[in-house]
Design a protein around this ligand. Structure first.
Ligand SMILES: NC(=O)C1=CN([C@@H]2O[C@H](COP(=O)(O)OP(=O)(O)OC[C@H]3O[C@@H](n4cnc5c(N)ncnc54)[C@H](O)[C@@H]3O)[C@@H](O)[C@H]2O)[C@@H](O)CC1
Ligand SMILES: Nc1ncnc2c1ncn2[C@@H]1O[C@H](COP(=O)(O)OP(=O)(O)OP(=O)(O)O)[C@@H](O)[C@H]1O
Ligand SMILES: [Mg+2]
Length: 382
């Protein structure tokens, strides 16, 4: 009776896809629930058909489980409840945007809104603020960060503390922050952002670290060491730099899953999503991947969509685990669920955008399909 219940099946979907148990045997005629969620093993992530759920030994030496990402999205996405008020579906902040980069923070912040957050803030430099505001009236933009060129040496301490005070005023309101999209690498600015990260950590705010935020933490590992609320989302180069710095060796594809696990363990408690052909996620205990095919276009900005989306799904996943989850589901790391859901949604949106625009697919086009992608998986109810 219980074994046939939807609640039981939901638990299995989540737990089988997330916890490090050995692959189940192939489905028998009685078709065990587990059998439907795993196939024995497959050769590489690229050979995993879209939408299928497999335990994949894509990375030699350790099983990497293909997550049932659609089930995760369905389970953690909150219903559109008429009794809710503004803010309850999520308040996200992006710390990023400087003279060079205004696209990246915009992509991350608008993606958070399009996935379903109620409010999306951007904390950026003054130069970037007007530009970002002009992209979208939906975003709340704070022109508070400063780069070295605009601050005299003798003003630095006071400017730095003013910036922290300003951000701290808002911090406790956020369900998740994203540090790094389009942040740049100015030393004074990064110093101020280090203080913001320390403050977020003290306030227990989940923090997605991406782009130049990864440059910052790779050189200051203490900013994330031992923080279970930190999610790092490195691309191929960012991952390489992180491995070299933390493990003191090069990336080894032969032992990729173990290396990723070890990296999480060495940094201590963080969740890492290694982006690539498959997005591979570990919290130092389990390794799961999302390999649903997205698009062959590699235009810049897709990682920014991902970081904004992961921020929203992570806050939803935390809420889900704390309130609605079954007792066994409470063992699952909400950071992992957030990464899985964000990865799937980006890939679905990229696929739809590519179907429409082919070679001219760009990031703004992908963002336009975030809503349909979520609707296809998890329809909004009236
Ligand atoms: N429209 C925008 O404003 C965008 C801004 N972005 C921001 O740009 C900043 C820099 O991010 P990037 O991802 O470009 O990072 P990097 O500046 O590290 O890399 C730039 C490019 O240089 C090449 N590269 C870097 N390291 C290399 C290596 N070791 N060997 C060979 N080639 C290498 C790669 O092609 C890489 O994509 C971040 O703040 C990021 O968020 C990006 O998100 C893309 C979109
Ligand atoms: N080789 C690939 N095949 C399929 N999808 C990929 C591939 N590489 C990256 N992706 C997808 O693109 C997303 C963004 O990853 P990418 O490596 O482009 O990030 P990024 O370099 O940080 O992007 P950005 O330009 O926003 O900084 C990943 O989540 C992944 O879904
Ligand atoms: Mg990036």
């Amino acid at each position: 009776m219980w074994a046939a219940s939807p609640a039981f099946r939901r638990q299995l979907v989540l737990l089988r896809s997330l916890l490090p148990s050995p692959p189940s045997p192939p489905p028998s005629s009685s078709t065990s629930v587990a059998g439907r969620f795993f196939a024995p093993s497959c050769s590489s992530p690229s050979s995993t058909p879209s939408g299928s759920i497999r335990a994949s030994h894509a990375m030699a030496g350790s099983a990497v489980y293909e997550a049932d990402a659609e089930a995760v999205v369905r389970r953690i996405t909150p219903p559109l409840d008429r009794s809710r008020h503004k803010g309850q579906a999520g308040k996200i902040a992006v710390i990023g945007g400087c003279r060079e980069y205004t696209g990246a923070p915009y992509f991350a912040a608008i993606s958070a809104l399009k996935v379903g957050a109620d409010l999306s803030h951007v904390f950026c430099t003054k130069d970037a603020a007007t530009v970002i505001k002009s992209y979208s009236p939906e975003l709340i933009v704070h022109p508070i960060l400063e780069e070295s060129y605009s601050v005299r040496d003798d003003e630095r301490a006071s400017v730095s503390s003013k910036i922290l005070t300003e951000v701290a005023k808002w911090m406790e309101r956020f369900d998740c922050i994203v540090v790094g999209p389009g942040l740049g690498r100015d030393p004074f600015l990064l110093d101020c952002v280090s203080n913001i990260m320390k403050h977020a950590r003290q306030a227990n705010i989940p923090t997605v670290v991406d782009g130049d935020g990864l440059f910052l933490i790779t050189n200051n590992l203490g900013l994330v060491e031992g923080n279970p609320l930190a999610i790092l989302t490195p691309n191929v180069y960012e991952y390489k730099r992180l491995v070299q710095k933390v493990l003191n060796c090069d990336v080894n594809e032969e032992t990729a899953a173990e290396q990723l696990t070890l990296l999480c363990q060495k940094i201590g408690g963080v969740t890492i999503m290694r982006k690539g052909k498959a997005d591979v996620i570990s919290d130092g205990k389990t390794v799961t991947q999302v390999s649903t095919f997205g698009s062959p276009r590699r235009c810049g900005g897709q990682g920014d969509i991902l970081s904004g989306s992961v921020a929203v799904f992570t806050s939803w996943a935390r809420h889900f685990i704390m309130s609605n989850a079954e007792p066994t589901e409470k063992r699952v790391n909400p950071m992992t669920l957030g990464c899985i859901a964000g990865s799937l949604l980006l890939r679905k949106a990229a696929s739809l955008a590519f179907e429409k625009s082919k070679r001219s697919t760009v990031t703004t086009g992908i963002i336009e399909f975030l809503g349909k992608s979520l609707e296809d998986i998890c329809p909004a109810e009236h």
